[in-house]
Design a protein around this ligand. Structure first.
Ligand code: S3P
Length: 429
C-alpha cells in the first residue's frame, strides 16, 4: 500500500458531486432482494462495503444486473425466495451488511454463516442477537461476535426498548419483523437514521413511526425504483475542507439531507460555518439539496444527546474542524464511537495529536482546544476509512507534509475521494 502525501493547500473551489449514499445503497439491494420483482437502483454507491452486500445477496440466489456504472436491477424473489448459500457470506468490513442481513436470514428456512474481515469480527453483534433471539431467531455467535451461524426460524413479533440508539440494530429488528407472525415495535432512545423506515414504507410495508417508536407488521414488499442521493457522510469531508482552507468556495450537488443524518450541519452552523442549503427537493422518500460552502472562522461547540446520533459517523472530521475553532469544544455521550470501524475516540485523538492538535480523549468523547496550527507528520488511518479521510483534510491546513499510511480504505465508503478533492484543489500525491 503506497502512503499518500498531503500538502497545505490554497483556496478550494469548484462544483462536485459526492458518490451515492452508503446506507441507502445497502438497503436498496437488501430490501430489493426480498421484494416481489425487479427493483431499479440508480446513483448506487459501488464501494467495498456495498459490493460486499451485493456479493452476499447474489450468494443467496438473487440475480443482480449492472445496467451502467451506477445503475442496478435487483430481481427480488419475495420474502421466501432466497436459497441457502453454499459458502459463508463474507461481509468484509461492513457492519451494515452483517447486521441487516442477519435480520433477513433469521426468518429463512435454511442455515447460513456470516463472516468478515478481522476489523468486522471485533465489532459487537450481541446488540442484534439479543432482540432477534427474543423474536425466536436461532443465532450462534463467537463470543458475541461474528462469525454468526444463523439457523432460520419462525419469528414472532416483539416490543423492544432499545438500549442504544443504532440504525443498524433498529433495521435488523424491523426487517426480521417482516417475517414475524405478529407486529413488532422498537422504542429508540434517540433518533437514529430512518432510511429503512422510509424505504420499507415506499415498498408498501405496513410501517409506522410515532416519535421515537417504530412499528412494523409482517408485510410483502413491492419492488422499488430509487435514485440514491449523494452521501452526506462523504460530503462532510469536502464541506469541512472548504470551511478550513481560507478563501474557499465550493458547491456540492444533490446531497441527501435527511435530518436524521445532518447533525453535523447543525453543529457547524452553531460554530459559525457558512453553509447554504439550496434547491431542496426529494428523490423517492429522501430530501436532497445542493450545499454551498464558504470558508469561515469557526468557534467552539458542545455536542451531546440526540445530535450525537444524528452525526455518529462525522466525529473524525468534526474533530479536525474543532482543532481550528476558537475555544474549547467538548463531545459528550459518544461512547458508540468506541465500537465503530476502530475505537474512534482513541484513534482520532492519537492521530490528530501527532499533527499538533490539542485533543484529549474522555470516556464518552473528546475535548479539543483551538485554534491550533497543525504541523505535517506521518500518521496512520488504522484502516478506518473515515479517519483516513479526516486526516487527509487535516493535512490541507497543516504546514509541511502529512503522510498517511493507508488512504485506500477510503474505498470502503467513498471511492474517488482523492480525485474529487484534487478536483477542487487539494494537494495530494
Ligand atoms: C448505519 C448506521 C450507523 C452508522 C453506520 C451506518 C446504517 O451505525 O455508524 O456507518 O447504515 O444503518 P449504528 O447503527 O451502529 O450507529
Amino acid at each position: 500500500m503506497r502512503p499518500i502525501r498531503v500538502s497545505q493547500s490554497d483556496r478550494l473551489s469548484g462544483e462536485i458531486r459526492v458518490p451515492g449514499d452508503k446506507s441507502i445503497s445497502h438497503r436498496a439491494v437488501l430490501l430489493g432482494a426480498i421484494g416481489n420483482g425487479q427493483s431499479n437502483i440508480s446513483g448506487f454507491l459501488s464501494c467495498n462495503d456495498t459490493l460486499a452486500t451485493l456479493a452476499c445477496v447474489r450468494s443467496v440466489g438473487i440475480e443482480i444486473k449492472k445496467q451502467d456504472d451506477k445503475s442496478l436491477a435487483v430481481y427480488g424473489k419475495g420474502r421466501h425466495g432466497l436459497v441457502p448459500p453454499n459458502a459463508p457470506l463474507d461481509c468484509v468490513r461492513s457492519g451494515t451488511a452483517m447486521r441487516l442481513l442477519t435480520g433477513i436470514l433469521a426468518g429463512q428456512s435454511f442455515t447460513s454463516v456470516l463472516t468478515g474481515d478481522p476489523q468486522l469480527l471485533r465489532r459487537p453483534m450481541e446488540r442484534i442477537i439479543e432482540p432477534l433471539s427474543k423474536m425466536g431467531a436461532m443465532i450462534e455467535t463467537t463470543d458475541g461476535h461474528a462469525p454468526l451461524t444463523v439457523h432460520g426460524a419462525e419469528l414472532h413479533g416483539l416490543a423492544y426498548p432499545m438500549p442504544i440508539a443504532s440504525a443498524q440494530v433498529k433495521s435488523a429488528i424491523l426487517i426480521a419483523g417482516l417475517f414475524a407472525d405478529s407486529p413488532t415495535t422498537v422504542l429508540q432512545p434517540g433518533p437514529s437514521r430512518d432510511h429503512s423506515e422510509r424505504m420499507l414504507s415506499a415498498m408498501g410495508a405496513k410501517v409506522w413511526t410515532e416519535g421515537l417508536t417504530v412499528m412494523i407488521a409482517p408485510s410483502e414488499l413491492s419492488p422499488i425504483s430509487i435514485d440514491v442521493p449523494g452521501d452526506f457522510s462523504s460530503a462532510a469531508f469536502p464541506i469541512v475542507a472548504a470551511l478550513l482552507v481560507s478563501g474557499s468556495r465550493i458547491m456540492l450537488r444533490d446531497v441527501g439531507i435527511n435530518p436524521t443524518r445532518t447533525g453535523l450541519l447543525d453543529v457547524l452552523s452553531e460554530m459559525g460555518a457558512n453553509v447554504k442549503v439550496k434547491s431542496l427537493h426529494h428523490t423517492g422518500n429522501e430530501p436532497v439539496a445542493d450545499l454551498e460552502v464558504q470558508s469561515s472562522s469557526l468557534h467552539s461547540v458542545d455536542i451531546k444527546g440526540d445530535t450525537v446520533v444524528r452525526m455518529i459517523d462525522e466525529f473524525p472530521i468534526l474533530a479536525v474542524a474543532a482543532t481550528q475553532a476558537k475555544g474549547t469544544s467538548i463531545v459528550h455521550n459518544a461512547t458508540e464511537l468506541r465500537v465503530k470501524e476502530t475505537d474512534r475516540i482513541a484513534t482520532v485523538t492519537e492521530e490528530l495529536r501527532k499533527l499538533g492538535a490539542r485533543i484529549e480523549p474522555t470516556t464518552d468523547g473528546f475535548i479539543v482546544k483551538g485554534p491550533t496550527p497543525l504541523h505535517g507528520a506521518p500518521v496512520s488511518s488504522h484502516g478506518d476509512h473515515r479517519l483516513a479521510m479526516a486526516l487527509a483534510i487535516a493535512g490541507l491546513v497543516a504546514d509541511g507534509t502529512t503522510q498517511i499510511d493507508d488512504v485506500e480504505c477510503a474505498n470502503d465508503s467513498f471511492p474517488g475521494f482523492m480525485e474529487l478533492m484534487q478536483k477542487i484543489g487539494a494537494r495530494y500525491d
